[in-house]
Design a protein around this ligand. Structure first.
Ligand code: ZN
Ligand code: ZN
Length: 197
């Protein structure tokens, strides 16, 4: 499990500023949380989860795509076979270091599919299950639209729910665009700013 820099359970919400940022403290730190970025992250992970769990629409292809991979890649097939399956490819081993693709995702052109698979396998080390940037961008846009905005006034119940949901995120630290969801100042850093140390 990822080491979190603080335990969200210990956080105490002290208020909001500009109807945009939530202020909070725990024993050692002060937090400024961007309500839109935080909510966007929560929505995004929810949508990704739904995407990954849904049965993807597939289309059969007349002539199967044959993929040849290196021995090393073949040995790591469990890393990428499953991921491709989840994205809507039907792919099976077909002899030594060769794989046969018989179905591709509905949203993909046949000409795109082969390039996509090869690229995906090549970059598997850096890839997540969702390495299709088209899908990712779509999910990011949907989360941005659905999330509460800056300048939206939140009730304390809504703030509490937001912090709780953020703490359940796999990556609570940034929104899907890469902006931080919160800024943290330690008690020591604040002390230093006031030249108390
Ligand atoms: Zn946004
Ligand atoms: Zn964002």
């Amino acid at each position: 499990p990822m080491l979190k820099p603080f335990d969200f359970a210990d956080i105490q919400i002290t208020g909001t500023i500009f109807d945009t940022y939530i202020t909070a403290v725990d024993g050692m730190n002060f937090y400024l949380i961007d309500q839109h970025a935080a909510h966007e992250r929560i929505f995004y992970e929810k949508l990704v989860g739904e995407y990954e769990n849904s049965d993807k629409a597939r289309q059969p292809i007349m002539v199967p795509i044959m993929i040849n991979v290196s021995l090393a890649t073949s040995e790591n097939k469990f890393d990428w076979l499953d991921a491709l399956e989840k994205m809507g490819f039907t792919i099976a081993e077909f002899g030594q270091n060769t794989y046969r693709v018989s179905e591709i995702p509905m949203f993909m052109e046949l000409s795109e599919a082969e390039d996509f698979i090869n690229e995906f396998i090549e970059n598997i080390q850096n890839s997540t299950n969702l390495s299709n940037s088209v899908v990712i961008n779509k999910l990011i846009m949907m989360s941005c639209k659905a999330a509460i905005k800056a300048n939206d006034k939140l009730s304390s119940a809504e703030i509490a729910a937001l912090i709780k949901d953020l703490s359940a995120c796999i990556n609570p630290f940034s929104c899907p665009h890469g902006r931080p969801t919160f800024i943290k100042l330690t008690r020591y850093e604040i002390k230093k700013m006031f030249k108390r140390v």
